[in-house]
Design a protein around this ligand. Structure first.
Ligand SMILES: [Zn+2]
Length: 356
C-alpha cells in the first residue's frame, strides 16, 4: 500500500516535471524574443517577431498539448497561454484554449479569449466570447483610425512594433474605470472593465463613460506627462485627446454603425470643454490652465501640428522613459512645435504665446 502510494507520487512528480519543462521551453523562447526585440526594435513588427519562434519551442508546446490531464498540466498550459498572448501567437492560444476547455468543459465558457489585428491584441476575460471581441475590435480600430486622422501619431505602443493590448474583462460592477497599465515589460496595455457580455454600450446605466475612457486612455498610451510626485499636465492631456476623438467620431456624417450605442458625446466633447475653460487663462500650473493651453494649441496650430511635433520628439527619442513609457515636457513640445511651424508667422506666435 505504502509502496504503491510512493510509486504513484513519483509518477505524478515525473509528469509534472515533464509538463513544466515543456512549458518552460515555450515560455522562455517567447521571453527571449521579446527581450531581444525590445533591446533593438528597428522596424520589426510583432507579426514578424512571432514568426521567429524557434521550432523546438513550438514542438514543446505540441508535446505538452498531448500530455495527460492533471492540475500540473493545466498550470503549464496556462503559462503557455500567457506567453502566446505576449507574442500574439493566436493559433497557439487557440490550441491551448481548446485543450483547457476539453479538460474542464464546465468552465470552458469562462476561459480567456483572444483576438489579434495588425495593431492590437484583445484579451477577453470572465466570459467574453470571440464575437464580443470582434465588435470591440471594430470600435478600437475605429478609435485608432480617428487618432490617425486627427493627430497622425506615429507611435502608440511603448515598444515600437509591438501591438497594443486591451484586457477587456467582464465584471458585475465597475469598481475601477478603464486605465492604462504601464507595468507590462514589452507592450502598452489598457485595462477595460465591462458589465455586459452581449453589448458594448456607454455610458453604463451607472453613468460610467467607457467609450470616452477608451479614447482617454489611448492619450496616456501615446504620451505621459505627470511623473510620480510632479504634476506637468495636471492629467489634462488624455482628457484633451479623449474629448477630441469622441467629438470627431460622433460628428462624422458617415458615423460607423457601432457608434449608435456609444453616446458619450452628449457629455464629453472638445466643444463642451472649450466652454468650460473659456474664462481660464492658458497656463501650465493648474488643470484648467493646461486645458486652456491645449485647446488653444488645438485651435491655433491644429492637432496635426501637435501630432507632427510629438512624432519628431519620438524620432529623436531623447525624452525621459520610465519602464519604457514615454514622458514629455512642455519645453520639449514647444521646441518641437516651433520647428514644425517655423514658416508660419501666426502659428509661431500662437506657440510662443501659449507655451511660456
Ligand atoms: Zn487618465
Amino acid at each position: 500500500m505504502f509502496l504503491q502510494a510512493l510509486v504513484c507520487a513519483i509518477a505524478l512528480a515525473g509528469a509534472s516535471a515533464t509538463d513544466s519543462k515543456l512549458a518552460r521551453a515555450y515560455v522562455d523562447a517567447v521571453h527571449d524574443l521579446n527581450v531581444k526585440h525590445a533591446r533593438d526594435p528597428g522596424k520589426e513588427t510583432e507579426e514578424e517577431l512571432a514568426k521567429k519562434l524557434p521550432p523546438p519551442a513550438l514542438k514543446a508546446l505540441e508535446s505538452l498539448l498531448k500530455e495527460k490531464s492533471s492540475p500540473e498540466l493545466t498550470q503549464a498550459l496556462q503559462e503557455c497561454s500567457e506567453a502566446a498572448l505576449d507574442l500574439a501567437r493566436v493559433e497557439d492560444f487557440a490550441k491551448i484554449r481548446a485543450r483547457l476547455a476539453k479538460d474542464a468543459p464546465a468552465d470552458a465558457a469562462k476561459l480567456d479569449t483572444m483576438l489579434a489585428r495588425p495593431r492590437f491584441v484583445l484579451r477577453g476575460v470572465g466570459g467574453l466570447d470571440e464575437q464580443y471581441l470582434e465588435h470591440f475590435a471594430d470600435v478600437f480600430q475605429g478609435v485608432l483610425e480617428a487618432y490617425d486622422e486627427v493627430f497622425g501619431f506615429a507611435e502608440f505602443s511603448k515598444v515600437p512594433g509591438k501591438k497594443l493590448r486591451v484586457r477587456v474583462h467582464l465584471e458585475q460592477k465597475i469598481e475601477r474605470a478603464p486605465h492604462f497599465g504601464p507595468e507590462f515589460p514589452y507592450h502598452s496595455e489598457i485595462d477595460f472593465p465591462v458589465i455586459d457580455a452581449k453589448k458594448l454600450a456607454s455610458p453604463t446605466p451607472e453613468g460610467k463613460m467607457l467609450f470616452f475612457g477608451l479614447c482617454h486612455e489611448l492619450g496616456h498610451v501615446i504620451a505621459m506627462w505627470d511623473t510620480p510626485g510632479k504634476q506637468v499636465d495636471y492629467h489634462q492631456w488624455a482628457d484633451y485627446t479623449g474629448f477630441v476623438i469622441v467629438e470627431h467620431l460622433a460628428s462624422r456624417k458617415d458615423a460607423p454603425a457601432w457608434m449608435k450605442d456609444l453616446k458619450d458625446a452628449r457629455w464629453r466633447t472638445l466643444t463642451i470643454q472649450r466652454k468650460e475653460v473659456k474664462d481660464a487663462k492658458p497656463a501650465l500650473d493648474s488643470d484648467k490652465g493646461v486645458m486652456a493651453t491645449l485647446i488653444g494649441l488645438h485651435d491655433r496650430v491644429g492637432p496635426k501640428t501637435i501630432g507632427t511635433a510629438i512624432n519628431a520628439l519620438d524620432a529623436e527619442d531623447k525624452r525621459m522613459r520610465i519602464n519604457r513609457v514615454r514622458y514629455y515636457k512642455f519645453e520639449e513640445l514647444k521646441k518641437a512645435l516651433l520647428v514644425v511651424v517655423a514658416k508660419d508667422k501666426d502659428k509661431k506666435r500662437a506657440v510662443e504665446e501659449l507655451l511660456p
